[in-house]
Design a protein around this ligand. Structure first.
Ligand code: SF4
Length: 425
């Protein structure tokens, strides 16, 4: 396929595909799917070899959120029977994090429900970061606390946060249909605050919310422009008690096409397979490792994932290797740019031969175009949209996977942080 040859060539040069090329990946047939995976896998191996980075989620504060993100089991009015608890203490959070690190995680993601942290919350999280770093030498810590106020990104950076997550989730055009309590622009601003403070930005999306192929391409192009170092790709977990509980749009093949498209658009970025992989990729999970270079280990924020030991076995069986502590995840040009500070980090895609086509991220202060936002939409959040979804099967490239409730497939988390039971790591 000429399309795939073009996309591989561009990916190896860090060059932006066109919108039509990205859309064409989503429209490929099942007969072409393995060719798509092989092509995107070539790009993945160029920048990340066969390494898989493991990340571990610690839900510092669960449920009771005043925001109304309609995909989220922790939202205002959610009837999902999830664990609800307020802030974990530093010791408890550190203990949970240690279990993930012992399981092979290089990064611990500290997530708290809510619109955003108070200054007192930033103090609490700062203590937790210190405790985790003291107990686990070399571990990366990512904070995901919602919308940041002035000065909070700098305080988190000073406390030792290596990264900050805030997802864009969906296209700017459809953002208002999934959340009314904050805007897309609010989310973009928080990602930019994290970048300006020198943290590695993590920002991604949720697929399966009834969006069109054009929406998916829009949000991924916006992410490329925003230029985070890591892009988590979540697949909607339709929780009972949330508006989309009975909507299942995704198939394993559709998920692979989405991941391949993200890899072609963001070739040298850590693409992370996040919430919903077990539900929607099912037995095709190992194929996704040819596209992503990062996954979450074990459980998600409010739902349970497959056993951590099964994640490790899957990686080994598929011929990949867990990325070791001490290995730099990002390709050298990105790692160097991040180490150089905010100006350098956002110039990463504009250097050398990479900036050969419009759409690459600009230099310092160059993340102003397009306007994209994200709220918390935690990596691996539990998702379900409020807007009226398109009829199942109407989404271009989407395939009807089934109707009605699949509640039996969604396991609410009952172990790990916030419980007396050991975590799954
Ligand atoms: S995604 Fe974050 S801000 Fe939105 S409802 Fe869920 S916890 Fe609250």
């Amino acid at each position: 396929m000429d399309l795939l040859k073009t996309l591989v060539d561009k990916g190896l040069r860090r060059e932006m595909p066109t919108r039509d090329e990205a859309l064409a990946v989503l429209a490929t047939s099942d007969d072409e799917l393995m060719d798509v995976v092989a092509a995107a896998g070539r790009v993945r191996r160029e920048w990340f070899g066969r390494r898989v980075k493991l990340n571990y989620l610690v839900n510092l504060k669960s449920g009771l959120c005043p925001e109304d993100c309609s995909y989220c089991s922790q939202r205002l009015g959610s009837k999902a029977e999830i664990l609800k608890y307020t802030w974990l203490g530093a010791d408890e959070a550190s203990k949970a994090a240690a279990a993930g690190v012992a399981g092979g995680a290089k990064r611990v993601c500290l997530v708290a429900s809510g619109r955003g942290p108070t200054d007192r919350d930033v103090d609490r999280v700062s203590k937790t970061i210190a405790a985790i770093k003291e107990q686990n030498q070399g571990v990366e810590v990512c904070a995901c606390l919602g919308l940041l106020s002035d000065g909070q990104a700098e305080r988190l950076r000073a406390a030792g946060a290596d990264a900050y997550n805030h997802n864009l989730n969906t296209s700017e055009a459809t953002y208002g249909a999934i959340t009314s309590t904050h805007t897309y622009a609010d989310r973009v601003e928080t990602v930019q605050q994290a970048q300006a403070a020198g943290m590695s930005a993590c920002s991604g999306l949720i697929a399966g919310m009834g969006e069109s192929d054009a929406d998916l391409v829009d949000v991924v192009f916006s992410l490329r422009e925003l230029d985070p170092d890591s892009v988590p790709v979540n697949f909607l977990i339709p929780f009972e008690g949330t508006p989309l509980a009975k909507e299942w749009h995704l198939t394993p093949q559709r998920c692979l096409r989405i991941l391949a498209m993200v890899r072609f658009v963001c070739p040298d970025v850590e693409v992370r397979l996040a919430g919903g992989r077990e539900l929607h990729l099912r037995t095709l999970q190992p194929l996704a490792l040819h596209l992503v270079n990062s996954i979450f280990l074990g459980d998600y924020l409010t739902s349970e994932g497959q056993a951590g030991k099964d994640d490790l076995a899957m990686i080994a069986d598929a011929g990949f290797e867990v990325e070791e502590a001490g290995t730099t995840t990002l390709p050298r040009h990105r790692a160097d740019a991040l180490a150089a500070g905010p100006c350098g980090s956002h110039a990463s895609q504009a250097d050398g031969a990479a900036a050969t086509e419009a759409g690459t991220a600009g230099g310092c202060g160059g993340h102003d175009g397009g306007g994209h936002g994200g709220g918390c939409g935690p990596c691996g959040a539990d998702v379900a949209p409020a807007r009226e979804p398109e009829p199942v099967g109407a989404t271009a490239g989407g395939t009807k996977a089934g109707e009605g409730s699949h509640a039996d497939l969604v396991s609410v988390r009952r172990r790990g942080a916030g419980t007396d039971l050991p975590p799954n790591a």
